[in-house]
Ligand binder design. Structure first.
Ligand code: SF4
Length: 351
């Protein structure tokens, strides 16, 4: 099956022309599929019946994701959906809403997409990492995750305001499909989301961070650091390999220099492992004067043996960084009770 959500505008133009149609037919496909979210080509009524029939006969389809399970948090702000993609394999996608934070009068509605089924990086505190790697997700299936929630939000007269590549998988390990999805989701003839409303989160594949910096995009970058020194980091991220903490910080600096976008360093706080005042001081020393931002994420419960630190330890850690002049926030966690928060997504158990 060939999915129309895979095609960039120029590719859509090429397709319609190959089917003997004028170039403008491309926009007669792109506009409805990214604004009205039809589930079937036969619903694109702007197109002549003959073209719809031709597309179907050629094996084209639109948005193959099928919802198989939905869980909503008690406060209604977080929705986790299990989607079956074209190959029948399920992946998880999450919508997080912030009713008090409005963008153009609409609640901030962030979609957290998955780019891989499972993950090869094996971070020891992450449920996805414990699944191992199963497969890369295609660009059209990344787009389908967003479209699925865009349709749901449209029914409530709301829309997608932000997008984070922080779901299952390491986005930079599926670079080509990830970047195609970013282009489809930001192109004004397609989904048209502002580049500055997108953040890519990586465990730190340096060569791909540099490649991303060269894409001439204005997307945000979050690098998962989790430790201020190599010894501790390699314990938490066994596949950190040759990349040192200093290499990651330099890569962040290069990204900022090229794009002008501030880099966030994500730091999962784990009780008794990387949350002591000494470790905080080491991190502060590493990052002071760097101009970067640290996002502290008190770890979410998974099946592992790791515990979330007490609130006072988190605040103390934050205080040490702030006192050293390091820009720092503690992430407001949403959805942990439905296993929809950072590090909790997995598909080998349907929760
Ligand atoms: S934290 Fe991210 S990179 Fe690490 S195993 Fe989980 S999904 Fe993969």
């Amino acid at each position: 099956m060939k999915d129309l959500y895979r095609l960039l505008p120029e590719e859509m133009e090429k397709l319609v022309m190959e089917l003997g149609q004028p170039r403008y037919r491309a926009d007669q496909i792109l506009y409805p599929i990214y604004n009205k979210f039809p589930k079937d080509i036969s619903e694109i009524l702007q197109l002549p019946t003959s073209l719809r029939d031709k597309l179907i006969a050629e094996g084209y389809t639109i948005g193959s994701a099928k919802e198989v399970n939905r869980i909503v948090s008690e406060d209604g702000d977080t929705t986790k959906i299990l989607l079956n993609l074209v190959d029948g394999n399920p992946i998880e996608t999450v919508l997080i809403q912030y009713p008090t934070s409005k963008i153009n009068g609409h609640p901030r509605s962030t979609i957290c997409v998955s780019t891989q089924d499972g993950c090869a990086m094996g971070c020891i505190f992450c449920a996805t990492g414990q699944m191992g790697f199963k497969r890369n997700i295609k660009a059209e299936d990344i787009v389908a995750q967003v479209i699925h929630f865009a349709r749901l939000l449209q029914e409530r007269d709301q829309h997608v305001t932000n997008l984070v590549f922080m779901g299952m998988g390491e986005p930079l390990a599926n670079y080509d499909e990830m970047i195609r999805a970013v282009r489809l989701l930001t192109d004004n003839r397609c989904f048209g989301l502002g580049q500055r409303h997108i953040t890519i989160s990586t465990i730190g594949i340096i060569k791909e961070i540099d490649r991303l910096a060269d894409e001439n995009l204005q997307i945000g970058l979050a690098i998962s650091l989790h430790a201020p020194n190599d010894k501790l980091r390699r314990k938490l991220v066994p596949t950190a390999g040759p990349h040192s903490v200093n290499d990651l910080i330099s890569a962040g600096r290069r990204y900022y220099k090229k794009t002008g976008r501030r880099v966030t360093f994500e730091y999962a706080l784990i009780e008794g492992i990387n949350d002591s005042p000494e470790v905080a001081a080491e991190l502060a020393y590493l990052l002071e004067g760097n101009g970067s931002h640290v996002n502290l994420i008190p770890i979410n419960p998974t099946d592992g043996n790791f515990k979330r630190p007490a609130r006072r330890s988190v605040l103390e850690f934050e205080r040490i960084l702030v006192n050293a002049g390091v820009n720092c926030t503690v992430r407001v966690e949403k959805g942990s009770e439905i296993s929809a928060a950072c590090g909790q997504l997995r598909t080998d158990i349907v929760s």
